[in-house]
Design a protein around this ligand. Structure first.
Ligand code: ADP
Length: 285
């Protein structure tokens, strides 16, 4: 996509907090209203979080953040968090932001509704913004897309949900999120990928298809997330997941985050095989 601030209509004003950052696009009021306009009640009951225990283990676990603004995150990430109306981080967010910004791997046991989607999206996008714009977003000469962030999710519904959140938190940045999932024609998804993709939300089967077609390469992945990993195993996706993580050319220098409601034996094996020197957190129960 062309840089927005190069068109007359979308010049940044000198009073803009990001006026001097050429990696940040001008505000787009219509898009902003669409992304952030109808803030629904989050459904998160913050009061009830006060006494939820968080168990943390691992070597020298990084300190959790207290609030978003005082954290080490990129200013654009903080800006988008404010636009989304998040004032207080949930427990899993406090820990995940500390762990991701410290460069560590994470295994998190947390229930749906704990704010785990934002817990991985916010710090990863913040790191993306700090890392700066790479050559990764546009297809290479052979038409292959090389996302920097890969998020695996079990279902189309969850993939779409993560994708919608990713659009919010990547607002005004160079990170272009895309999503691919099965059960729907691949053509539209391919055309969307061709417009550039820095962050890809995928279900395992459809991603394997794209890898086999040579349309996606994992050689640029710096951040890998497995969301609802136990559910992906229950649905029989282990061969596809292992293929994606272990048999493609995904760099081992990546950071990996796994989220799961439960931590049975097969999950422990995945954690052992995919994570390096990880921090384990368990929220509630
Ligand atoms: P999970 O991924 O654990 O199911 P979500 O991340 O979807 O939970 O969060 C549930 C809802 O709460 C979403 O509508 C999300 O936008 C909102 N939410 C998440 N974190 C916060 C926060 N820190 N402050 C306010 N709302 C939040």
């Amino acid at each position: 996509q062309p840089p927005r601030q190069n068109t007359k209509k979308n010049l940044k004003s000198p009073s803009d907090e990001f006026y001097n950052r050429d990696d940040v696009q001008a505000p787009d009021p219509r898009l902003e209203a669409r992304l952030f306009g109808s803030q629904h009640n989050s459904g998160i009951n913050f009061k009830s979080y006060d006494n939820i225990p968080v168990e943390v283990s691992g070597v020298e676990p990084p300190k959790p953040i207290e609030n978003f603004d005082d954290s080490d995150m990129d200013a654009l990430a903080k800006h988008n968090i404010r636009l989304a109306g998040y004032s207080t981080p949930t427990p899993v967010q406090k820990h995940a932001v500390g762990i991701v910004t410290a460069g560590r791997d994470l295994m998190a046991c947390a229930q749906t509704g704990s704010g785990k989607t934002a817990a991985f999206l916010i710090p990863i996008l913040s790191q993306n913004f700090k890392d700066g714009r790479g050559e990764e977003s546009i297809p290479d000469r052979r038409g292959t897309i090389k996302p920097v962030t890969l998020i695996l999710a079990p279902t189309r519904e969850l993939a779409l949900q993560i994708y919608e959140e990713a659009k919010k938190f990547s607002y005004r940045s160079w990170v272009r999120p895309c999503t691919v999932y099965g059960g729907t024609p691949i053509g539209d998804q391919l055309r969307d990928l061709e417009r550039g993709c820095g962050l890809l939300v995928a279900t395992p089967g459809r991603l394997v298809d794209l890898l086999e077609r040579g349309r996606v390469s994992l050689s640029n992945v710096r951040y890998l997330v497995l969301d609802e990993a136990d559910r992906m195993l229950d649905m029989g996706f282990e061969p596809q997941i292992r293929r994606i993580v272990e048999k493609e050319d995904m760099p081992i220098t990546r950071q990996t985050l796994m989220f799961s409601a439960t931590f049975p034996r097969n999950m422990q094996m995945l954690a052992r095989d995919f994570l390096l020197d990880y921090v384990f957190i368990s929220v509630g129960r």
